[in-house]
Design a protein around this ligand. Structure first.
Ligand code: TYD
Length: 672
């Protein structure tokens, strides 16, 4: 992915900006304690810096997101980086607490505009299937690489400025100054880099001539979208649950570690372990849970993290606590990545900025609440004697345990809101995934095989289907032959509407009718047969819609793909045989069949339509060569049949002998 130049540059910026952020956090907290005197005052000063950092997003978050959707993202990013550059310079120059607070507040506020602009532009720089990897990379960069790098850099800079203090008096009173100057520099470099990534602004802006919607309208629109979309409600609930639990952990951590008999070192180790877990989750989670639907994965991870947190609350020893805390981090890491990926791939470009920002600000609000509430709660609960156990139980344990349970509940509710695979038991989903069968979700159901035949009019699909079915049956397979549209009683009525209607049908309506037929076909014929482990051969499938309604009617292929995915619940054939025939030849063949009561509505379409359809099919095959067998349908029937047989047996063979993937070389027969 880093080969994509614009993305690579954006990645540098993300890394740099995040390095700046972490370094800034370390430097400003250090500076706050330096500028205040007395233990209590130092702690208050430090706490205030943290609150000031979290506050802006609570207030400004949604506004910033609408901004990212409305204004040129590149310009937004360049300007915000320049402003942050100046503000970071201001802190060491003025060197007072008030300036520190104000600058920190402003820097954070400005970061709110930078982040959604950055997040929302990633999907424009990479292909859709790369979004997850892209998110993974930037999350690992932000929460794995840069915090460590920033900590190291901070120590080095502190040493350097100490050394310089002898010669230049400025550094004697200003030990963190160097870190802050460096920090300012990262934003300057960031601004320059983004300036040269022209692709970021690529798809932005409302087309000229259309009036721009107001910010307020966009905000309301975004809020309505959140309210009415189950996926989002689930996502938001899960993310908030996870972060509330996270806030509880941070708020309770010190006292908790004490209750385990640990000191500062143990505290540091536990804290580090959470980050290690997060990193591991983000890095390996998607690989471990390859085939589990992202929507399910998300809820499951939150539940997992919640349960681990509750366990953390009851373990008696630091070593055990490290294991459970690792689990908390891991669950949160996988869940966060799955969540961000879902947002990136399922939410339209014009909404994304607002949604990202909305979530980020909600997250901060929840964190502030948790951070504020937990110490109070812990203090109120105090240490209690629990009857029956004998010993005393620390207040933190009760709070942590409850937080874990609440997070798990949020995960369950999120799971239910988002589940897209209600008919597949979740355990089967998980087990198949862990077994590492990478051949697609449908395998979860069975060892069945789906073969689709596609092609224009008069390509000779039916004859080839009959020949293949006979051959596979004589091999001892149970074969179901079916077709679209109209293989079911409901489908027959839809087919009548589609093909026998006299006048034209609106293209979208036509596409939806084919999809409706297909959804019923998959649910009542194809899936049950696959679940029984049978071979299903279908005359036409999703690709027909992509070619006829997409290329033929010139609807957006993306839209049709999305509708089809939804209609079939992501069912993809194991093999698609494309019988390719020039449009004139095919149409002439069809017209030769005098016995079928004349051409139907689609056969009557112009030659140009059918030529587009043919090109549509060929284009589909080219973009996924592994799944297609493209054949010149003007070749002799027997020859074609032989080639198709070999390919089909190849797929069946590779299924049953997992070691032999792919098709056999032409001419070689696979013995079952
Ligand atoms: P049918 O008589 O079954 O066609 P054929 O013998 O050519 O396979 O009629 C199906 C017609 O419907 C055919 O012209 C292709 C068209 N069609 C679509 O336009 N979209 C689709 O999704 C499907 C399945 C078929």
């Amino acid at each position: 992915m880093l080969k994509t130049t614009p993305f690579r540059r954006l990645w540098y910026c993300t890394g740099l900006s995040s390095l700046g952020d972490w370094l800034g956090l370390l430097a400003t907290t250090a500076l706050a304690t330096q500028l205040a005197t007395g233990y209590q005052a130092q702690n208050y000063a430090l706490g205030l810096v943290l609150v000031v950092r979290l506050l802006p997003s609570a207030i400004l978050g949604p506004l910033a997101g609408a901004f990212a959707d409305r204004f040129d993202r590149r310009r937004t990013m360049v300007i915000t980086d320049l402003l942050r550059f100046l503000l970071f310079l201001a802190i060491p120059i003025w060197h007072t607490l008030p300036v520190l607070y104000v600058a920190t507040f402003l820097i954070e506020s400005i970061g709110l505009f930078w982040n959604p602009a950055k997040d929302a532009s990633v999907p424009n720089l990479v292909r859709k299937e790369q979004i997850e990897a892209a998110n993974q990379l930037s999350l690992i960069t932000t929460y794995g690489l840069t915090p460590v790098a920033a900590a190291a850099l901070f120590s080095v800079l502190a040493l350097v400025s100490k050394a310089l203090a002898d010669r230049i008096p400025f550094f004697a009173t200003n030990q963190v100054g160097l870190a802050l100057y460096f920090n300012a520099g990262t934003f300057l470099v960031g601004a320059i880099t983004v300036y040269f990534i022209k692709e970021i602004s690529g798809q932005r802006g409302v087309p000229a001539g259309e009036s721009q919607p107001s910010l307020w309208w966009m905000l309301r629109d975004g809020a309505r979208f959140v309210r009415t979309t189950g996926l989002l409600r689930g996502l938001i609930l899960g993310i908030l649950g996870a972060f509330a639990a996270g806030g509880a952990v941070i708020g309770a951590a010190k006292t908790y570690v004490k209750s385990l008999g640990g000191g500062d070192a143990a505290y540091g180790m536990l804290f580090g372990t959470v980050f290690v877990g997060l990193g591991l989750g983000m890095a390996f989670g998607p690989r471990v849970a390859r085939e589990v639907s992202r929507r399910r994965l998300f809820g499951l991870c939150i539940v997992f993290a919640g349960v681990c947190l509750s366990l953390t609350a009851i373990v008696p020893h630091v070593t055990l606590a490290m294991i459970t805390v690792l689990g908390v981090g891991f669950g949160a890491g996988v869940g966060y990545l799955a969540g961000v990926t879902l947002l990136g791939s399922e939410i339209e470009d014009e909404m994304r900025g607002r949604i990202f920002a909305f979530i980020q600000s909600m997250v901060r609000v929840v964190m502030i609440l948790a951070l504020a509430a937990v110490p109070v709660l812990v203090g109120t609960i105090g240490q209690r004697r629990i009857p029956g156990i004998g010993g005393t139980v620390d207040g933190t344990r009760i709070v942590l345990f409850t937080a874990g349970i609440l997070a798990a509940l949020a995960g369950i509710v999120a799971y239910r809101q988002m589940d897209d695979r209600g008919h597949v038991p979740v355990l089967a989903d998980l087990l198949t995934s862990l077994r590492g069968d990478s051949s697609g979700r449908r395998r979860l159901h069975s060892g069945g095989i789906l073969i689709a035949f596609e092609g224009g009019e008069g390509a000779g699909k039916s004859s080839q289907i009959d020949l293949l079915a006979d051959a596979l049956r004589s091999d001892g397979n149970t074969v179901v032959v079916t077709h679209e549209p109209g293989a079911t009683p409901v489908g027959k009525q839809i087919r009548k509407l589609l093909l026998d209607t006299e006048g034209p049908i609106a293209p979208r309506s036509e596409a939806l009718l084919f999809a409706a037929d297909r959804a019923h076909h998959v649910a009542t014929i194809i899936r049950p047969a696959l679940d029984r482990g049978e071979v299903v051969i279908t005359d036409r499938f999703v690709d027909s819609s992509l070619a006829y309604q997409g290329a033929g009617r010139t609807l957006s292929t993306e839209d049709i793909k999305r509708v089809s995915r939804w209609a079939t619940e992501d069912l993809v054939p194991d093999l698609t045989v494309l019988l390719d025939v020039p449009a004139e030849v095919g149409l002439a063949r069809v017209q030769g069949r005098a016995n079928e009561g004349g051409p139907d509505r689609l056969e009557r379409e112009a030659l140009a339509f059918h030529e587009r359809v043919r090109q549509g099919f060929r284009h589909l095959a080219e973009s996924d060569p592994d799944r297609y067998l493209v054949l010149d349908a003007t070749r002799p029937i027997d020859e074609l049949a032989e080639t198709i047989r070999i390919a089909a047996r190849g797929v069946l063979g590779s299924r049953r002998l997992p070691a032999k993937a792919g098709y056999p070389p032409p001419g070689e027969r696979v013995r079952r």
